[in-house]
Design a protein around this ligand. Structure first.
Ligand code: ZN
Ligand code: ZN
Length: 76
């Protein structure tokens, strides 16, 4: 892993994962965090709830970079 920076802290309403990722700051996948109690950093975020999640594993990308996590989107 070799990101410019990373912020493993909890999700913050005042500074969402989306906002951090847009500043090139990796955040933890919130699905891994809540479901598996493991820390896995990501630079992908859900366009609906603004939480970070792992690309390909817990969500889908409906073209044009708009992503949805498992919590927000339909099951693949
Ligand atoms: Zn994950
Ligand atoms: Zn979501």
């Amino acid at each position: 892993m070799n990101w410019l920076s990373a912020d493993p802290s909890d999700y913050q309403e005042t500074d969402t994962d989306e906002a951090k990722i847009l500043r090139d700051i990796a955040v933890p996948c919130r699905i891994c965090e809540s479901a598996f109690r493991r820390l896995r950093m990501t630079l992908r975020y859900c366009a609906t709830c603004h939480h970070g999640f792992c690309e390909g594993e817990h969500g889908s990308f409906a073209g044009a970079g708009r992503a949805r996590c498992l919590f927000c989107g339909p099951r693949p």
